[in-house]
Design a protein around this ligand. Structure first.
Ligand SMILES: [Zn+2]
Length: 519
């Protein structure tokens, strides 16, 4: 079965790699991804997908749909393809050398993300045709993840309503189904208007919008002590009101972003930021208004889907790295200063024990599939519009290594990896995992007292305890997954994936398979 998946993905590997390189070259910013979206649309059209462009009133958003038989289940892939400003960098080059000085670059690897989803969607479509199976594959072209997002608007327009489940991957430095959630975010422009005047001659007649912006920042910086640890407040000057110190600035704009684990926490903190802005306007005799520019919901992995993807990742394993890959990765890791390395080691401590970490950093490309923990309640401090899909349909995101261990996100190093052999290997493995989620056909549909293939009268358990599984030497899951589940008191459901619709049945709470749990 694994071979079928590998064959189907490898048949599209050249196109996927070419697409990833092409989109990397365009490096288009949020909402401006016209060439990148067109490249993906053309490739999917070529494969017989039906295209709907400009969905949710976003010109560079689209769906590509392929239906087989009854069309059920409906599976969605969430693809991204936007770049980041100022991160231009030569492909695979471990010394900072931009392609275009100050130009944009794929510093988050969304070129790989989009092209990897292409390979997975086409492989799955080809499988459904070949095996005469039912199902619908929808490739969602989701622009502007780095900007104001698109998935929340696509969700609001109802495009995920008929989707049974959705998943995606993200280029990373480790291989895992992300157990940690990502936080909710809200962004807004705060606009202050005052009165211009000669700063030397008649400053008493002026009311400074720039002063208001600065006082708002001071107020928010004092606010930080009185908010939850997991929250974040960031700001950037989008219009300081001019470049002349001898003019009292009558107009200034500052952009704020507020993050916290839950949407309700973001809303509460954002209200306090607005109060600070009101106070700044009052202090300076200016007028304040604000406009919300973006908002994403929090994102938590769906436990059932996460466990299925984790299983697929274990079957396929980490990308296969070569000695030159390790050497190049080590070169990239050396570009980080000592202080950054301290932070990198601290972050990697989540995945590796102290001795393991030293060994891992010697050949700094991840060779492990880190265990998925559906009971994880911690959040990482990043945000994604994938969260809004999760509120519309069961959704999960996994990570595959496309860069060196410890690689810092949104960096020139990341842009270089996103068009390297290392990046392409990770992308193709991600495509195999994506396709495997549906293709993975288990021969068993639960846990039996003996091998059902050898014994016609094998009895299937509806429920069984971990102790019994171990005592009877029943092969249920691999040992890492078993011990992790036991340690974390996680019940595991064993069910057949021969019928892809079973995932939907489990997500709906129907009783199929065998539940393995504590006594
Ligand atoms: Zn990203």
């Amino acid at each position: 079965m694994i071979q079928t998946i590998k064959d189907l993905v490898s048949a599209k590997a050249d196109t996927a790699v070419a697409l990833a390189r092409e989109i990397w070259g365009y490096a288009e910013l949020s909402y401006e991804e016209t060439k990148s979206a067109a490249a993906l649309v053309a490739a999917l059209k070529q494969e017989g997908f039906t295209i709907e462009e400009g969905i949710a009133d976003i010109p560079t958003a689209f769906t590509a749909t392929y239906q087989c038989g009854s069309g059920k289940p409906v599976v969605g892939f969430l693809a991204e393809y936007d770049a980041l400003s100022g991160l231009s960098q030569k492909a695979g080059c471990p010394v900072q050398e931009p392609v275009r000085e100050g130009g944009a670059g794929h510093g988050c690897g969304h070129n790989l993300l989009g092209a990897g989803c292409y390979a997975a969607a086409v492989a799955l479509k080809d499988y459904l045709i070949k095996e005469k199976k039912d199902g619908t594959v929808i490739f969602f072209g989701c622009p502007a993840e780095e900007g104001a997002g698109s998935k929340q608007f696509i969700a609001r327009a109802g495009y995920f309503d008929g989707v049974d489940f959705a998943y995606t991957w993200h280029p990373e430095s480790v291989n895992e189904v992300g157990s940690k959630g990502s936080v909710a975010i809200m962004g807004a422009n705060f606009i202050f208007d005052g009165i211009a005047a000669h700063a030397g001659g008649e400053p008493h007649l002026g009311r400074s919008a720039l002063d208001a912006v600065e006082l708002m920042n001071v107020g928010c910086n004092y606010l930080r002590e009185h908010m939850i640890d997991a929250a974040r407040i960031h700001y950037a000057y989008s219009d300081p009101g001019g470049t002349a110190p001898n003019v009292v600035q009558s107009h200034a704009v500052i952009k704020y972003e507020v993050r916290a684990p839950k949407v309700s926490q973001v809303q509460e903190l954002f209200t306090r930021v607005v109060d600070v802005a009101r106070g700044a306007a009052l202090m300076t005799g200016t007028k304040m208004k604000y406009e919300i520019t973006m908002a994403f919901s929090d994102n938590m992995a769906n436990g059932t889907l996460g466990a299925v993807v984790d299983q697929c990742m274990r079957e396929l394993g980490a990308p296969e790295w070569t000695e030159p890959d390790y050497r190049l990765a080590a070169e990239f890791l050396r570009t980080y200063p000592r202080t950054t390395m301290v932070g990198i080691r601290e972050k990697l401590g989540y995945y590796f024990g102290p001795e393991e970490l030293d060994a891992a950093l010697e050949k700094p490309l991840d060779r492990v599939i880190h265990p998925f923990n559906p009971k994880e309640t911690a959040y990482s401090s990043g945000s994604t519009d994938v969260g809004d899909v999760g509120y519309a349909t069961p959704t999960v995101m996994f990570h595959v290594a496309t860069a060196c261990l410890g690689n810092v996100g949104h960096s020139w190093q990341n842009t270089a990896f996103a068009c390297s052999d290392i990046g392409m290997k990770g992308m193709l493995r991600a495509a195999e995992i994506n396709a495997d989620v549906i293709l993975l056909a288990k021969n068993i549909d639960g846990v039996y007292d003996c091998d059902p293939a050898k014994n016609a009268d094998a009895v299937k358990f509806d429920a069984i305890t971990y102790d019994e599984v171990l005592k009877r030497h029943l092969a249920v899951m691999d040992s890492t997954a078993t011990s992790l589940s036991m340690d974390n008191h996680i019940p595991v459901l064993v069910f057949a994936l021969k019928d892809p619709y079973n995932i939907v049945r489990v997500l709906r709470g129907e009783k199929i398979g065998t539940i393995v749990k504590e006594a």
